[in-house]
Ligand binder design. Sequence first.
Ligand code: URP
Ligand code: ZN
Ligand code: ZN
Length: 487
Amino acid sequence: MERQSSFEFDTVLRNARVATASDVFLADIGIRDGKIAALGANLPSAKHEIDVMGRVVTPGGVDAHCHLDEPMEPPLRMADDFLTGSRAAACGGTTTIVPFAVQRRGTSLAEAVKAYHAKSEGRACIDYAFHMIVTDPTEVLLKTELPHLIENGYTSFKIYMTYEDLKLDDFQILDLLAVARQSGAMAMVHAENSDCIEWLTRKLEAVGRTAPRFHSHARPMLVEREATHRAIALAELIDVPILIVHVSGREAVEQIRSARGKGLSIYAETCPQYLFLTADDLGIDDSYHGARCVCSPPPRDRQNQEVIWNAINEGLFSVFSSDHAPFRMDGVDGKRPGGHEQPFRHIPNGIPGIETRMALLYSEGVLAGRITLPRFVQLTATGPAKAYGLHPRKGAIAIGSDADLVIWDERAKTIANADLHHGADYTPYEGMQLKAWPGLTMSRGKVVWDGESFTGESGHGKFLRCGSPTLGPRLSRGAGPGFFDEV
Ligand code: URP
Ligand code: ZN
Ligand code: ZN
C-alpha cells in the first residue's frame, strides 16, 4: 500500500545509544507503522523527531511474571487489574506483560483463558500475552485442552509445588511435563516443598509465632532447594526444559547450576525482591508492618543477594521479572483480610513491583557497575521474550521488531509510592534512591510514558499469541536417562 505521508518514518529517535542483549552502538532509530524500520546514521527526517542526545535506548521491558486481577476468595482482591497494572508497567519502562490465567479446580482451563480475555480486552495499555496456571490436570486437559491451547498461542504454564489450592503432586507434574515436551511448551515451576512448609507452620503456630516475620521461618531455603532439586529430576526424567521461577538464593542456585553443568536445559528467573529486600523487611519484631513484604519464596539475606548478583553475571538467569502480586495494606481486601491483622498463614502472598523492576536493575545493576548494559537488556527484555516465544517481535531493537523502546534518564530519583501508578497503597522500595528512571516509554511507536505522565490509553494493548520458546534446545538432552523414550 502506498504511504500517504511524504515522510519515510513516523518517528526517528536521533543519536541513540542503542543497547541490545549483545551490543551497545550509536544509531538513529527509524519507526514506521509501529515497527522499527531502520537503524543507521543520518536517517531521513520524520514526522516526529526526538533527539535522544546519546542517552541509552533499550528495548521495552518484558515482564513475564506478574499477577493481575486473578480470581480470589472474597473479600480478597488484587490491587491491580489490566488497566492499572499495565499503566504502571508502562510508566516503569515495560511494554509487554505476561500475567496468568488461573484454572480453578473443577473448571476447565479454556474457561479460565476465556474469562481472562474478558478481563483484559479493551483495558490493557500495553501488549500482553497469557501464561496459564494448571491446577487440575484431568485426562481431558492433558489430552485435548492443554495441547489445543498451546497450539493456539498459550505456550507456557505454571506448575505450583505448594499452596493448598494450586499445588500438584509429582505424578501430576510428570503428566504436565510430558505435554510440554510433546507440544514444545515452557513449564514454569514454583519450587517449594508444601509439606515442609505446612509442618513448620504448624510448629510455629503451636508456640504463638504467627507474626509476619515467621513467614520466612516457615519457608527456609531448604524447602526451595528440595523442590528445585525434585523439579529438575522430574524434568530430566521426561527430558524437557523447564524454567524455575522466583529463585531466591544460594541453595536453589546451586541446584540449577549443577543441573546445567550436567547439560540439562534448566532455565531460571529471579526478581527484584531477592536483590533488594531481606527477611528483615518482613519485620525484626512482631509488628504487622512486615506483612507488606510477605511473598514466596521470601527474601533472604545480604549474602544471598550477592549470590543472586553473581549468578546473574554468570548467565544463570534468563529472566528478571517483577512477580508483581499486588495487595493493599489498608482496607479489608488485601494484606489485612477482613480488616484484621492475620497470622502469617493467612496473609496474602505477594508484593507490588511492576513499575520499579526496570529502574531498580538499571540503577543498582548497570549504573552501580554490577552488570553490563547488554546483560540488563537480556534479563529484562530479550531473555523473557525468548523464553515465552515472543522474540524477535518483542524484546529486541532490530528491523521488523515492534517499536517498543525506553529512553533512559540517568538522574536521581527517590522511589515514592505517591509517584507510582499501580493500585497498591505502598511500595516495598519506598525511599530508595535510584540513579535512573525511564524518561520515555514507547509501545509500538506510541509514547505511553513521557517521563512525567502516563500518556497511553486503555485498549491500546493487544493480545499476543506466543510461539515456541527460543532460549535453547527444545529437548534437554543432557545427562537424562531417556526414560521417556523407553516407555
Ligand atoms: O508470593 C508470591 N510470589 N505470590 C505470587 C504468587 C507466586 O507464587 O508467584
Ligand atoms: Zn510462584
Ligand atoms: Zn508469581
